[in-house]
Design a protein around this ligand. Structure first.
Ligand SMILES: C[S@@+](CC[C@H](N)C(=O)[O-])C[C@H]1O[C@@H](n2cnc3c(N)ncnc32)[C@H](O)[C@@H]1O
Length: 189
């Protein structure tokens, strides 16, 4: 994929992820889409579940309105610290070191223009609670939906069930996107 611009700290995140042997950073296709979605919402409020080392965050921050805000939740302190060290000057971003299910339970009333659910919570667990957090006309994005050889047997079933459920969700328009690891984009009606 070719880009006109890459987000701030892109190379540093790649390098630090390699140093930590963290191989789960978002692909560029996801990043480009995150940036586009967030830039379509002036003053956007954004939730990312599963910060990792901050690759998705970097793309989100790039598209985020100067008065927007973004909450990113990660249970692994070492990974979160990578993202925090690079973006700590950006006061639009709140870094939360917590299990995402716990965070969801404590913040059920929060509402967002875009939710990027990039860990189990908000996708395979806590799904309805997180979908409720999506504002009208707001987006919900997930990836890793295409079969991967390393998946344990039961995981594919879980994914197929999730995809079917989301495709038929009465409160959302749904668009499967067959790029990268396989994405699904939802927009609340
Ligand atoms: C796919 S990676 C995130 C990648 C990142 N969003 C990006 O764009 O590069 C998933 C992350 O979720 C974190 N994670 C796993 N279980 C979690 C949980 N219960 N609560 C919060 N974070 C969790 C992992 O430590 C990992 O960093």
């Amino acid at each position: 994929m070719t880009h006109t611009t890459l987000p701030k700290h892109y190379k540093a995140i790649q390098q630090k992820s390699r140093d930590l042997n963290f191989g789960q950073i978002s692909e560029d296709e996801v990043g480009v889409l995150l940036r586009l979605l967030v830039s379509s919402k002036p003053f956007a409020t954004v939730l990312e579940l599963g910060t990792g080392t901050g690759m998705g965050l970097a793309w989100l921050a790039e598209g985020l309105h100067p008065e927007g805000n973004l909450v990113t939740v990660e249970k692994d302190k070492t990974l979160l610290e990578v993202a925090h060290s690079l973006f700590k000057e950006d006061n639009r971003i709140e870094f939360v070191n917590l299990d995402a299910s716990e965070w969801i339970e404590k913040n059920k009333e929060a509402r967002f223009d875009l939710v990027f659910a990039d860990t189990w919570a908000g996708k395979f667990t806590d799904l309805e609670a997180v979908l409720k957090m999506v504002k009208p006309n707001g987006f919900y994005l997930i990836d890793d939906l295409n079969y991967q050889a390393h998946w344990p047997g039961y995981h594919q079933e879980k994914v197929l069930f999730l995809v079917k459920k989301l495709k038929c969700h009465p409160e959302f328009y749904t668009f499967p996107i067959d790029v990268g690891t396989g994405l699904m984009l939802l927009c609340r009606k």
